[in-house]
Design a protein around this ligand. Structure first.
Ligand code: SF4
Length: 369
């Protein structure tokens, strides 16, 4: 055990030394606090140590102190391949979450102010070159009506969304919209927290957002791989990787003390490594949670799943679209069958997977798809 601990110490010492040569986590320059080679080395380090029990156990003990982990340590815990240790990691994560956050889930409703955008993100239909969608920017009166409808559904927290367009969506428009939202007092209630998800901007603009009383500033960092980021964002201000990546530092300099990023975990490693197949777990978990959140939205508070643009109050909710007892009773019986259907899918999938199709079989197949 003494040798194990000594090895861990040497490993950790070497790693700390090497990191500070390539990585300056205190820097505010993207090219200094993100180093692509270090990302690749971190993934390799995690792969190489995924069964190193003494090292992983020492990291679990360190995590329990709640004083932070380095990126390499976090990567190794994510990559851990020892089932028993994985259970310990889950257990500790649950404990820490309860300790800091209690047993609660906070939901907020996205409110799109405008889909005008000058950027060219390849994955988004709002990109500037898309001439086939109608563009819309809500007036203050329309915002007021939307917020009241959301309040009627029980929402108390919002996330404002808007494309990046200095002419159509300038900072003044965002600030005016925030003022409008906070001024609404509907049925003796007001929106408690307006979170903002707008494009990376200047320290001065972040200061104005803070003065307007925003909650969290959210900015998605789709990937920290500069090469992939630039391929996904070929045109517009968002194509500037450094300006985008350094936005959170500017936001905090402007006085915003709560910032949130969205990282697409597992995406780049799936692209880089032909043998890496775990990306599906990040994507799959995200999909399940998203769908669950949507279903909960539909089920609770009479949230509309099919909004009416003519009359918001007439939008379809679970309650008013399942009005007959017959429908609800039938659906209750059908839902009892769900586990059997799932079991059949698993059975059929495994049966198909157990014998891979051969090249000869493909050649002989006369089906025309
Ligand atoms: S900046 Fe946002 S809204 Fe604009 S194209 Fe990119 S993802 Fe879409």
């Amino acid at each position: 055990m003494i040798i194990d601990n000594f090895q861990i110490f040497i490993l950790y010492f070497n790693y700390q030394l090497s990191i500070y040569e390539v990585y300056n986590i205190k820097s505010r320059q993207a090219e200094e606090f993100i180093n692509h080679q270090e990302i690749l080395d971190t993934l390799e380090y995690a792969q190489a140590n995924r069964n190193n029990r003494p090292l992983i156990e020492s990291l679990i003990d360190k995590a329990a102190l709640c004083q932070g982990l380095s990126h390499r340590e976090a990567a190794l815990l994510l990559e851990c391949d020892e089932p028993e240790l994985v259970q310990r990691i889950y257990h500790l994560a649950r404990e820490i979450k309860r300790k800091f956050y209690g047993n609660r889930i906070v939901m907020f409703a996205p409110l799109y102010l405008s889909n005008y955008c000058v950027n060219g993100c390849v994955y988004c239909p709002y990109h500037a070159k898309n001439r086939t969608i109608p563009r819309k920017k809500l007036s203050q009166e329309e915002i007021r009506r939307e917020v009241i409808a959301l309040q009627d559904m029980g929402h108390k927290r919002l996330a404002l969304e808007a494309g990046e367009d200095p002419r159509n969506n300038p900072i003044d428009y965002i600030l005016e919209s925030i003022r409008t939202i906070y001024s609404i007092h509907h049925k003796n209630a007001a929106i408690r927290r307006v979170n903002v998800n707008i494009a990376a901007t200047t320290v001065e603009n972040y200061r104005l957002l803070k003065e307007a009383g925003i909650g969290t500033y959210i900015l998605f960092q789709e990937t920290y791989s500069k090469e992939h980021y630039e391929a996904l964002h070929p045109t517009g201000p968002k194509s500037n990787y450094a300006y985008h990546t350094e936005a959170m530092d500017r936001a905090m300099e402007g006085g915003i003390d709560d910032v949130g990023i969205g990282v697409l975990f597992g995406l780049v490693k799936s692209i880089l490594s032909a043998t890496y197949t775990k990306g599906i777990w990040f994507a799959g978990t995200g999909t399940v949670l998203t769908v669950l959140a949507l279903l909960l939205c539909v089920g609770y508070n009479h949230t509309a799943y099919y909004p009416s643009t003519a009359d918001l109050q007439s939008s379809l909710t679970l309650a008013n679209s399942c009005s007959s007892k017959f429908t609800l009773t039938t659906m209750a019986y059908v839902s009892i069958l769900v586990p059997f259907v799932l079991a059949y899918i698993v059975y059929a999938w495994r049966a198909i997977d157990s014998k891979p199709i051969t090249v000869d079989e493909m050649k002989e197949d006369d089906h025309a798809y």
